[in-house]
Design a protein around this ligand. Sequence first.
Ligand SMILES: [Zn+2]
Length: 391
Amino acid sequence: MTKTPLDFKVDAQSGEARAGVLTTRRGQIETPVFMPVGTAGTVKGIRFEALESELDAKIMLGNTYHLWLRPGTDVIRAAGGLHRFIGWNRALLTDSGGFQVWSLGALRKITEEGTEFRSHVDGSLRFLSPEVSMEIQAALGSDIVMVFDECAPGQASHEETERSMNLTARWAKRSKEAFDRLQAEGADTGRVDAENLSGAQALFGIVQGAGHLDLRGKSLEQTVNIGFDGYAIGGLSVGEEKSVMFEVIEDIAPRMPKDAPRYLMGVGTPQDLVEAVARGVDMFDCVLPTRNGRTGQAFTSRGRLNIKNAQWTNDTRALDESCGCSVCQRHSRAYLRHLFMSGEMLASILLTHHNLAFFLDTMRGVRQAIRSGDFPKFRREFTERLDADGE
Ligand SMILES: [Zn+2]
């Protein structure tokens, strides 16, 4: 039997919520899992030692667009791939660059062939296509590669979304062909011998279709027909109403292949994660814990807390009294507020650390609850605490 690049087993279920184990060529990942975002080869504001030892993050995300523009594919390939370049031996997932280029808005031009745009680094004219994206991701040597897709705006009309979705399907097919060719040529810098696995990169397809359920269903069919190692829901949290987002997830996730991981891209708050798990999603990534940490916002079991607020000036309590992270064990809100108001870089570092700890702990709790059969209770209590406004 031919070995696959990934192995995925669901070992417990509660309604649509699933707990399982995803085995990549760089180790096992328990799901549902949250993946910290390492945009430019760094999860901003935190060292890899903390990510590994205290937070126990098993997989991190890298951004193809950013790494391609700076330091560039040649530098990373010469260093022996992204794992070696940045010093991270655990699993890496890279996005395709499609979403970042799409976010440039007016600065880009989309054709059948690909997307032309101006680099935000040096203003040079660049071109990204399914083939180019697959070449970059092979040079990065990530363990999970994403197809190059096109994202319709959250409020896009049916006609516009359909055109975009069909383009995504054609690009998905071209991505797969280029990916297979590159694997055969040995272009993947991250190849390792892995027990019972092929050692090759895995490729995920992406379901698009904005808020139109019929188009989402069609996109799912097109994507599954091409055939991938995992399946993602893209194009959510891009300006649509939250109710629309959950409607799409609820409709699509349970219909995605049961024996493959389901990845919801770029979503969301801790509560969004719990709610998406309840609808059948296994993998997540989001910049919220790191980005908001840098702007003084903490996610806690009782909701969000803005460390800038004067009410914390003399507050000796931890950010989150039910959090076991090293920041909450050692420091008070008063101290963290002082650091932030003084413009000390440690403020961002400590808030980022706590936020990531809270996201990863939430997912640990979710996994345990699904395994022990207590997920409905966990979900209810998690939501009630958030709504309690215990600040
Ligand atoms: Zn904490």
